[in-house]
Design a protein around this ligand. Sequence first.
Ligand code: FAD
Length: 341
Amino acid sequence: HSRHFLCRLAISTVRPRCFASTLVLAEQIDGGKLAPVTLNTLTAASQLKQDVDCIIFGSEKTSETANQLQKFNNLNIKKIFVAENAAFKGLLSESITPVLLDLQKKNNYTHILGGSSTFTKGILPRLAALLDVQPISDIIKIVDKDQFMRFIYAGNAILKLKSNDKIKIMTVRGTAFEAAKQGDGSGEVKIEKLESSVKNDLSEFVTREVTQSERPELSSARIIFSGGRALKSKENFKLLYDLADLFPGQATVGASRAAVDAGYCANDLQIGQTGKIVAPELYIAIGISGAIQHIAGMKDSKVIVAINKDGDAPIFAMADYGLTGDLFKILPELTEKLKKK
Ligand code: FAD
């Protein structure tokens, strides 16, 4: 009874939060768009079965992103906070974290979630340190409000962990949760502008260089042609681009770390433990041996095809379809056949 009274008291003095609730750190990408991983994070948040608030940071076009988020009225989202400020250009962790900390102090969320990405990797551990809780990274399953699953040992084992912290700060592996589907537009999701002064003497945004590509992002491509050390040169990687370009808007090119380290392609193409985690509908590993660190980044792909001249290469143990042979013979032939289709 007295707890009830305390709650009511808190409502009238501070903020109406005596119950469990979740904050989702939504990610805005260029041009006022919602990052795809935010949709996976929303699904994870909805599995906690409690009220959800979202927050978006950006230097411009945040209301466009908020409008997209507002369509997910089916997911128990109560409020979308929009924090727009020129100082958020480049989404620096040092600028964003104090604002998040203030919001947390006001609203006492029990769970704070963000998609696993470079954006959240800088912010959420900082926030966790300031709140003196243990961050939980890259969860693949929500068991209940305290228990979560994540991979350990480069994806070779799954850990079920129980957190006793009052606030769970987590990043969510996008490929482990379906992307949230929009609601019917009915019901109200409020958008609230968050006026915040930003103080950041620690870092400054200078410039950002982005690889321009007509091809889809690795994380959203339906088909990935991935090349390994066997490609032997940057020029030979063209064999993969030619294949990908036969599926405009759907296919792109990935790589093993050996190929990236050898300079055959840009390092943002790397797939694996220390690269990107992908789960396309079709993953074609070409001249890739299948080291565990590579497998860790692509094993959730729906269909895996391996092309390798060594019939004993470990990648074949993972593959749904295998082709033993020389890639320099197979790829031109494959390209020709696909062109005729
Ligand atoms: P290789 O292992 O050299 O394999 C080349 C394959 O090509 C062989 O199987 C060979 O049979 C085949 N081949 C050769 N010629 C032909 C041909 N003409 N036609 C067809 N097949 C041919 N690796 C990653 O990929 N991503 C990571 O994120 C990653 N993170 C790592 C993190 C740590 C801490 C460590 C220690 C390693 C990491 N690695 C990672 C490296 C990983 O261990 C392997 O070294 C790497 O994946 C090997 O790349 P590869 O398969 O292209 O090369």
